[in-house]
Design a protein around this ligand. Structure first.
Ligand code: NAD
Ligand code: GLY
Length: 367
């Protein structure tokens, strides 16, 4: 069975990402090779457990690991302090000590929650990511951001804690609901826009295979995405500067998520709208062309992603964007694209005029 590998070079915290078709069962051998603790707790939810837990647990036990499983409730609202406390309780009940590890089996919610439990329990124990959504495979499982939500904001409590290994089986995406799958594709397209023009064109050319979830096309798309993310994280692990480019489309996207009410848009859908807004800002400021804006818009649209900003007042959006953790010293920070395949970060003190022009441009583009 072929396995593609991406190495994440972070000194003592380096690790490998393995990507393949049907490689869920291969994890046990990898864990032996990297010296992962022989006693581990799999953290997942009931939806994913029903689909993949038996297979994973049997494979791990065949590789002589002593494994237990803890299930938490399914949903973003459970990426919370209460669920974290429940998880700590279960880990203590199961006798988890510093010679044990955690295995996150799930989407970004499980990965962030289990990762933060691993970062904080007993001052830190090792963990593995087995991402089962496309978003988690190309984004949240790589780079070591872990955390939970606070009632006053998303991801406000967390830590950087790198996984010891990431095992990505694209076959598990077969069971992912269509909307979740397409939301993940928005993040894949993001990598092409910000860092790799050839990859953007590859996505254009292979959109039918991707829409059909062709495993070979997915392996390539996930591998390219992980390579790009790994490269950025290697250069700026703690997001002191460069890593913020991964937030392309997120400044406006978070405002949309927030103002439309959490739950109306999936994160990737709001980011798709945010990317169109960022692309239009880049055109307004002369860094990109109208044709490139149209290419971005049409690629997103071809996967059924929303590309039209909802009818929200720009003033309200500006207030919501000001509350974002990416705002810095009174300036809103946007990631803008320079053509296709390159980007930069800009701080704007008063983007009202620019956003007004952008909304007019987008309305004209639609008609
Ligand atoms: P999610 O984890 O809620 O998963 C979406 C849904 O799909 C859930 O109901 C889940 O049970 C189900 N599911 C997962 N895998 C499945 C499969 N293979 N088959 C069928 N159903 C499956 O959502 P998500 O989009 O994966 O993650 C969103 C979270 O990721 C947010 O909390 C966000 O803040 C976080 N995130 C973190 C980072 C990071 O760098 N740490 C980056 C981006 C997003
Ligand atoms: N998802 C953005 C980051 O990991 O930095």
């Amino acid at each position: 069975m072929t396995v593609d590998k991406v190495h994440v070079e972070l000194g003592a915290d380096s690790y490998e990402i393995h990507i393949g078709d049907g490689i869920l069962d291969g994890l046990g051998v990898n864990l032996q090779l990297i010296g992962f603790p022989r006693k581990a707790v799999v953290v997942t939810n009931a939806t994913i457990a029903a689909l993949y837990a038996d297979r994973l647990l049997s494979a791990l036990r065949r590789a002589d690991l002593q494994v237990d499983m803890v299930q938490v409730a399914d949903g973003e609202e459970y990426k919370s302090m209460a669920t974290l406390m429940f998880l700590y309780d279960e880990l203590i009940r199961l006798g988890t000590d510093r010679h044990c590890g955690l295995i996150a089996l799930g989407g970004g919610v499980i990965g962030d929650l289990a990762g933060f439990a691993a970062a904080s329990f007993l001052r830190g124990i090792p963990f593995i990511q087995i991402p089962t959504t496309l978003l988690a495979q190309v984004d949240s499982s790589v780079g070591g951001k872990t955390g939970i939500n606070h009632p006053l904001g998303k991801n406000l409590i967390g830590a950087f804690h790198q996984p010891r290994h990431v095992q990505i089986d694209v076959a598990v995406l077969d069971t992912l609901p269509e909307r979740e799958y397409c939301a993940g594709l928005a993040e894949v397209i993001k990598y092409g826009i910000i860092r790799d023009r050839d990859f953007f064109y590859w996505l254009q050319q292979n959109r039918q295979l991707l829409a059909a979830r062709d495993h070979n096309a997915l392996i390539y798309a996930v591998m390219k995405s992980c390579q790009i993310k790994a490269n950025v994280v290697e250069l700026d692990e703690k997001e002191e500067s460069l890593r913020a480019i991964l937030n392309y489309g997120h400044t406006y996207g978070h405002a949309v998520e927030n103002l439309a009410g959490y739950g109306k848009y999936r994160h990737g859908e709001a980011v798709a709208i945010g990317m169109v807004v960022a692309a239009a800002m880049s055109v307004e400021l002369g860094f990109s062309s109208q044709d490139e804006l149209l290419e971005i818009r049409s690629l997103l649209q071809s996967f059924g992603l929303p590309v039209t900003p909802p009818e929200l007042s720009i003033e309200e959006c500006l207030v919501a964007m000001g509350r974002d953790k990416k705002a810095k010293q009174g300036e809103l920070r946007f990631v803008l694209n320079r053509g296709l395949g390159d980007c930069f970060i800009v701080g704007l003190a008063d983007p009202l005029k620019l956003l007004t022009a952008v909304m007019l441009r987008l309305t004209a583009t639609e008609s």
